[in-house]
Design a protein around this ligand. Structure first.
Ligand code: TXA
Ligand code: MG
Length: 317
């Protein structure tokens, strides 16, 4: 069992000793360690059971600190950083040699962001090194959005979790890289595409699923819960699987499930931000219940609906 606490100083101490701990961010909880310490990095891969070809995101307290690890910010990157940091935006930029190759899985680019969570920002400000933090789930499972989620799956492997309450965004950060200064989205996430485009103009999407070590590791089953998950028209799926115990995850509608089946409505008022915030918890609850399969729907293709659909698509394939 890990100690779950709001004590930032204690988190700082663990990290200074080279340990790996759970930390909150506005997106999802992270599994944090000193990004410049190879032992800590190796420990992150080990605790997560993550292949070493899948690189880690670096978290810093401010733009000045980011400059210590990045060769240069293209003007578009600077504009995005100005507008969205601290926040759910990760920039893929050319790294300085000080960033360990182990952390970037051999790539010359480093993924970096300033998270927007008060406790974690306080923590980062007190550290003299940046923090590597993948989502704090075992490799291939749904990301955690509460300290209890982290405890449930990794509590026997780490000694401390900084408790920052439920994550406000609930989806991982949006990852953006640049080719000849042009922004390219590699992972849809907590920033709405509409907001990105009103900042830097049209942005290309490259969500190609790849296990190429030098490309963003968007492995296809990355967000899968253990139970089978079907995405489609909920009433049709209910008919099709009427002899099974189903768990319905709907956006806003009540489908009144029968006999042994259950339902979680992500946002009764039809708010995509609220739905995003509740999605991963809902998947976990369904996974732990005694239903046979999860059925859910496609969400509106706007705002965070796009990123929700992306996660559901990966989880169901
Ligand atoms: O919201 C988030 O980004 C959370 C919180 C904890 O910050 N972190 C997170 O990390 O989602 P992780 O490791 O679960 O997902 C990061 C993704 C992975 O698919 C990884 O392959 C990709 O970012 N990535 C990291 N560094 C990269 C690099 N140097 N080049 C290409 N892809 C990279
Ligand atoms: Mg992850």
């Amino acid at each position: 069992m890990a100690k779950i606490s709001k004590d930032v100083l204690e988190a700082v101490k663990h990290l200074q000793q080279g340990e790996v701990i759970g930390i909150p961010t506005e997106t999802v909880y992270g599994l944090a360690g000193n990004a410049l310490n190879e032992h800590a990095i190796l420990r992150i891969f080990e605790v997560k059971n993550r292949p070493k070809f899948d690189p880690l995101i670096v978290h810093v307290a401010n733009l000045d600190q980011a400059r210590d690890f990045v060769l240069e910010f293209p003007s578009n990157a600077l504009q995005l950083a100005d507008q969205f940091w601290p926040g759910p935006l990760t920039l893929l930029l050319d790294k300085k040699p000080i960033v360990p190759d182990l952390l970037t899985a051999g790539s010359q680019r480093v993924a970096i962001r300033i998270p927007n969570h008060p406790l974690t920002l306080q923590m980062l400000e007190q550290l003299e090194f940046p923090i590597a933090a993948p989502s704090a789930n075992p490799f291939g499972y749904v990301s955690p959005t509460t300290s209890q989620h982290v405890e449930d799956q990794l509590g026997d492997k780490i000694s401390f979790i900084l408790d920052g309450g439920p994550c406000a965004v609930g989806l991982e950060s949006t990852i953006i890289g640049f080719e000849a200064e042009k922004p390219i989205i590699y992972r849809l996430g907590g920033i709405r595409l509409e907001d990105l485009e009103s900042s830097v103009g049209r942005v290309k999407l490259n969500l190609n699923l790849s296990s190429n070590p030098l490309a963003p590791g968007m492995l296809k089953t990355h967000y899968a819960p253990l139970k089978k998950i079907m995405v489609g028209k909920i009433p049709d799926l209910m008919t099709k699987y009427q002899h099974k115990k189903i768990g319905i995850i709907s956006f806003k509608e009540d489908f009144k499930p029968l006999n042994g089946s259950t339902q979680i409505i992500l946002s009764q008022r039809g708010d995509l931000n609220e739905a995003a915030k509740n999605l991963f918890s809902a998947l976990r609850i369904m996974d732990q219940s005694d239903i046979d399969l999860i059925i859910t729907q496609r969400f509106p293709e706007k705002g965070l609906g796009k990123a929700i659909n992306d996660r559901l698509h990966r989880a169901s394939s």
